[in-house]
Write a protein that binds this ligand. Structure first.
Ligand SMILES: C[S@@+](CC[C@H](N)C(=O)[O-])C[C@H]1O[C@@H](n2cnc3c(N)ncnc32)[C@H](O)[C@@H]1O
Length: 270
């Protein structure tokens, strides 16, 4: 195991309030994990009632993450990943998928949820040839993320920046765009942006977001497909472009994609 994380060393006993439903824990509940509390389950169930497709959305999103990382480490030849908004460890974490393709891959995880920090050791199980690190930081502070990630990543070489189901937590488009631009501005040509977020494309998902924002933290803001596509401005979209996670290079034999309220894509910095 390679553990170069000073963040973990600094904060061994993170504190969290189990009575306030949190995004990482509710997501874990929908994905069938065990790292959540009754408050997370209660709001997760309320949303499930309004929007039963949320479980399929969450699973499709994780399956896209695995196919995207396989593509990036395989066909695209990427060896460095910066996964911001990591979530609680689950099956097919980024380093496991990437290092199964190329064991020398180096992965930095970033999240600001104390429970994710408490579970972060499970993300630091690197292959001996590669490395993993975890940074306890906020996406709103990209400068700090880039500075701390430089312990593990070489920013003169291409990096895949992953923003999976996190940009919806940044309400303002200008702020979200400026974060993406700051991150992509710090990596060289041949780097990639991989993102995935929920869309405002059905009455059910809009109701789900309303319920979420009544009690869960941090709030989540749905975007239209056009607003999501704009995050890839200036990048070369990898085929098939910005599509539903079920339509992004599906596994052979996976059948016709269902309609889900989510969009994803991978863009290459020219
Ligand atoms: C819906 S989960 C997605 C987890 C994972 N990326 C996935 O696709 O399965 C969103 C994650 O982003 C994290 N997050 C939300 N806002 C954040 C912020 N401002 N800075 C860092 N992490 C944040 C949450 O703690 C949570 O773990």
């Amino acid at each position: 195991m390679t553990d170069s994380s000073s963040s973990l060393g600094q904060r061994q006993a993170p504190e969290f309030d189990s009575s306030v439903p949190q995004t990482a824990r509710i997501w874990n509940y929908w994905l069938g994990g065990k790292d959540h509390f009754p408050a997370d389950q209660a709001v997760g169930d309320q949303i499930l009632e309004a929007f039963p497709e949320i479980v399929e959305n969450a699973r499709a999103s994780r399956a896209f993450l695995a196919r995207a990382v396989r593509y990036l480490a395989g066909e695209a030849g990427i060896r460095q990943f910066l996964d911001i908004g990591t979530g609680l460890p689950t099956a097919n974490n980024t380093h496991q998928v990437a290092q199964a393709v190329a064991p020398e891959c180096r992965i930095v995880y970033v999240d600001n949820d104390p429970l994710v920090l408490a579970h972060a050791r499970a993300l630091l199980t690197s292959s001996p040839e590669g490395a993993t690190d975890y940074i306890d930081a906020d996406l709103r502070d990209p400068g700090r993320i880039l500075q701390e990630a430089a312990r593990t990543l070489d920013f003169s070489q291409p990096v895949a920046i992953m923003l999976m189901e996190i940009l919806g937590h940044i309400e303002d488009d200008d702020e979200a765009q400026s974060i993406v631009k700051r991150l992509m501005g710090a990596v060289p040509s041949g780097s990639y942006l991989t993102m995935n977020d929920s869309t405002d494309t059905s009455a059910e998902v809009v109701e789900a977001a309303r319920i979420w924002n009544q009690s869960a933290k941090p709030p989540y803001h749905l975007r239209s497909p056009e607003r999501i596509a704009r995050f890839f401005d200036g990048l070369e979209l990898v085929e098939p472009g910005v599509v539903s996670p079920l339509e992004w290079r599906p596994e052979p034999g996976s059948g016709p994609p269902a309609e889900i309220d989510s969009l994803c894509g991978i863009g290459r910095k020219p």
